[in-house]
Design a protein around this ligand. Structure first.
Ligand SMILES: *Cc1c(COP(=O)(O)O)cnc(C)c1O
Length: 399
């Protein structure tokens, strides 16, 4: 049987069984609903997009996968060329992997080994944020601060290798002052902390982090697995403040196949470039650079550019602000909006019990978590469909 994610199997209600999907719509046997979470924030072009489907089909006519150990191929070459050209500055060196968590592991490994390769073996610590989420693998959980994983703290005690700080400049300055000699990197979800509760913070924090990282020679990692490809209203937050290592996943393939990439700048790449084989990056997921995933990722990037997705996202944000203007309820602590993300944070999470079924009955798929009732819609959503999602959220408080 299937063991479902993040679920107590004993008390879980039956999941909705999807039989078809098209655009923003998910179809069950007897209902249809707008996917207001874009299948964990990844399906930015909606379902069954003909261009994306065709990209996968035509690559599958040749080969679906060959390994990158000793082999290479056109789709992975083209995608790395495209990313090199598309991403800001000298973020040019693309290490592919099969999921966001693994790509975060690769980034953390790069940062540590970068210093070990230079003989600086004391730099063993990572600076990260409270309420951070960086994935479900062990090291990603450790640099994260997701309350679902606090059982690990009980088992192992607090990690000596990670320092968590809030998104406040005085805490940032203090951390660098006290610990800069031990730090190899700082990792953040820039501007929008997703799974930790849709928390939004200011660009000035990232600018200050960049300055301090430069001052003390600490590598800055942006985990844009969730924020990348326009979610915050910026194409990448990395366009505003440039990290040394950028991690992309989720929407990289338009949500059509699992794939991710860790992109290093020249400085990081050169820290490994040597005659000494021991200084090579020792990592290699079986399915890295999968040809179907690379083909659909390329097609996804072309769509994003050709169809001016950033203007679609601006439109989504404007409609969201318009529709939620004046909305208030004593049970709602705050409404936060950034780009293609809206979150109503409630004071007591029990207020959201039953919302998923209510939304289903209103033709919307939603999956509240923590204190968050949120939407991260596919960017191809029409105004009418978006209004339906937002009306459903408001209607919950007006029953
Ligand atoms: C989803 C997510 C990950 C993990 O990606 P997976 O593909 O689920 O392993 C990592 N970081 C952030 C910010 C995410 O939102």
């Amino acid at each position: 049987m299937i063991w479902y994610p993040y679920q107590q199997m004993k008390t879980m209600k039956d999941p909705y069984r999807i039989v078809d999907a098209q655009g923003v719509w998910l179809y069950t046997e007897d209902n249809r609903m707008i996917d207001s979470v874009s299948s964990w924030w990844s399906v930015i072009h909606g379902y069954r997009h003909p261009v994306l489907t065709r990209a996968i089909q035509s690559q599958a006519e040749h080969f679906s996968h060959v390994m990158l150990g000793g082999l290479t191929h056109e789709p992975v070459q083209k995608l790395s060329d495209r990313l090199e050209q598309w991403l800001p500055g000298d973020l040019n060196y693309c290490f592919f992997s099969d999921s966001g968590s693994v790509a975060v592991e690769v980034a953390l490994k790069m940062a540590l080994q970068y210093y070990v390769n230079r003989g600086e073996k004391n730099r063993t610590r990572v600076l990260s944020l409270t309420h951070a989420y960086h994935g479900d693998t062990f090291r990603a959980m450790e640099v994260g601060d997701d309350e679902d994983y606090h059982f690990i703290l009980e088992a192992y005690g607090p990690s000596p290798h990670v320092l968590h700080i809030p998104t406040e400049i005085p805490a940032l300055e203090k951390a660098f002052e006290l610990c800069h000699e031990d730090l190899n990197c700082m990792i953040v979800e820039p501007l929008l902390q997703g799974a930790g509760g849709m928390r939004m913070y200011d660009l000035s924090f990232l600018k200050q982090a960049r300055e301090l990282c430069d001052q003390y020679g600490v590598l800055l990692i942006f985990d844009e697995v969730a924020t990348g490809f326009g979610r915050t209203g910026h194409r990448f937050v990395a366009d505003q403040v440039q990290p040394d290592i950028l991690v992309l996943g989720k929407a990289l393939t338009g949500g059509y196949l699992g794939h991710a990439v860790t992109v290093a700048n020249r400085k990081v790449y050169e820290g490994f470039y040597d005659d000494d084989p021991d200084k090579a990056l020792m990592h290699g997921p079986t399915f890295m650079g999968n040809a179907l995933a690379c083909s659909v990722a390329l097609a996804s990037i072309e769509l994003f550019e050709q169809e001016d997705y950033l203007s679609k996202i601006r439109q989504i944000e404007a409609i969201t602000r318009r529709e939620l203007q004046g909305f208030a309820d004593p049970r709602v602590r705050e409404v936060r909006i950034m780009g293609g993300c809206v979150c109503m944070e409630v004071r007591d999470r029990a207020v959201l019990d039953g919302y998923q079924q209510f939304a289903y009955e209103h033709g919307v798929f939603s999956r509240p978590f923590l204190n968050c009732l949120y939407a991260m819609v596919p960017y191809i959503i029409t105004e009418g469909e978006l209004v339906q999602v937002l009306d459903t959220m408001k209607a919950w408080f007006r029953r």
